[in-house]
Design a protein around this ligand. Structure first.
Ligand SMILES: [Zn+2]
Ligand SMILES: [Zn+2]
Length: 380
């Protein structure tokens, strides 16, 4: 009996006996750990990855707009006035009749084309877009890491609670797909350790970031830009185009800020002959400016007046939404006077009229004076 007792309590004997039990616990632990890591990878792949890709897509358009607006090269996007100035300056440098006609006769298409060109000039090389993507991705991954590092002591006791908390912390930035999330949570037992799951997700994040970056690289630029949730071309257009309503006489677009302005307004009106306005009888192209006409004895007639001649100074009876101010200064319209003078003959040919008889002082206007007048007008 004594021997039996010794045999039963011999440490070596006892360990030998318990060996299979330890082994199975060890295997179970190992398998469970492996399972937890696999679920963490699944969570990254099926929940975080689509949410991160969507976040980058959503932010990229906005970042392109901000980036372009603050860049030195495309300084025209800082404000509507800057845009006007940069467009008019470029037109003046090139002094191309067809470009001016596109600008004058179809301002909206002209602006859209200019924006498209600037975006492709600026982001023609994919590195600049990839750099923006990488920056957005790295910032959001930092946020995810921060949320994962929240203290778990006394915090969520189950994996479900932990994930619910994580989603809540990230809800402003990430929309985690519900279905995939439930599929993953379903595989956890009630006793699964949330802090282990959190640590496993953290371990998988760098790989996830690399995978996403290489997936972004595989998409060509055109496809990338066309799939953006916030389209930079539309945002920039809204920013610089403004109201866009054109003056009924000369076609200059309204420059008023804000969607609720009561009156349309433009800093400088253009010689009306730029838009085919000629004398009915003499067929000579007119050169008068709306801003001078409204304080003169001139008359106008068109389909809005049923062909009846109406004094210009009464224009608001027909166009109550427009406020045409008399020329604020003698130089304000130098830009358009110069352009009109330069293209006097092309305009007459285009509109099949006789060239305008311009005042003598228009003939002396220089390109420099034209440039000075728009710089003054857009107060740069
Ligand atoms: Zn006008
Ligand atoms: Zn307006």
């Amino acid at each position: 009996m004594h021997e039996d007792f010794i045999k039963e309590n011999d440490p070596q004997e006892r360990l030998e006996k318990l060996k299979p039990q330890y082994l199975s616990t060890f295997i179970n632990r190992y398998l469970e750990k492996d399972c937890c890591q696999r679920r963490a990878r699944d969570f990254c792949e099926r929940c975080l990855k689509p949410a991160l890709a969507e976040h980058v897509n959503k932010r990229l358009g906005i970042r392109i707009v901000d980036d372009l607006s603050s860049s030195e090269k495309a300084s025209g996007y800082r404000s509507r006035a800057c845009f006007q100035l940069s467009v008019l300056q470029k037109l003046l440098e090139e002094l191309d009749f067809d470009n001016y006609m596109k600008y004058i006769n179809d301002y909206e298409s002209f602006v859209k084309a200019a924006i498209r060109r600037d975006i492709s000039d600026h982001y023609g090389n994919r590195e600049s877009v990839e750099a923006l993507e990488a920056e957005i991705l790295s910032n959001i991954i930092k946020k995810v890491r921060g949320a994962l590092e929240m203290p778990t002591d006394g915090g969520p006791s189950t994996v479900s609670d932990f994930v619910a908390n994580l989603c809540r912390l990230l809800q402003k930035d990430l929309v985690i797909p519900r279905d995939s999330l439930e599929m993953i949570l379903f595989q956890f037992t009630a006793s699964a350790d949330p802090s282990q799951f959190s640590a496993d997700i953290r371990d998988s994040l760098s790989e996830l970031e690399q995978n996403l970056a290489s997936e972004f690289k595989a998409v060509n630029m055109e496809e990338k830009l066309s799939k953006l949730q916030v389209k930079p071309q539309d945002e920039l257009f809204k920013r610089v185009f403004g109201c866009g309503t054109q003056c009924p006489f000369c076609g200059v677009p309204c420059e008023a800020e804000g969607p609720t302005h009561r009156k349309h307004f433009a800093s400088a009106h253009r010689p009306q002959g730029l838009r085919r306005r000629s004398d009915h009888i003499t067929k000579i192209l007119g050169y008068s400016l709306c801003s001078s006409d409204v304080v003169s004895n001139a008359l106008f007639s068109n389909s809005d007046t049923n062909g009846k001649l109406v004094p210009f100074r009464d224009y608001r009876q027909h166009y109550p939404d427009w406020l045409i101010q008399p020329d604020p200064s003698a130089e304000a319209s130098d830009y358009w006077k110069f352009v009109f003078k330069e293209f006097k003959h092309q305009l007459a040919r285009l509109y099949d009229t006789k060239p305008a008889h311009l005042p003598e002082d228009w003939g002396k206007l220089t390109k420099e004076q034209a440039l000075e007048s728009i710089k003054g007008m857009y107060s740069m």
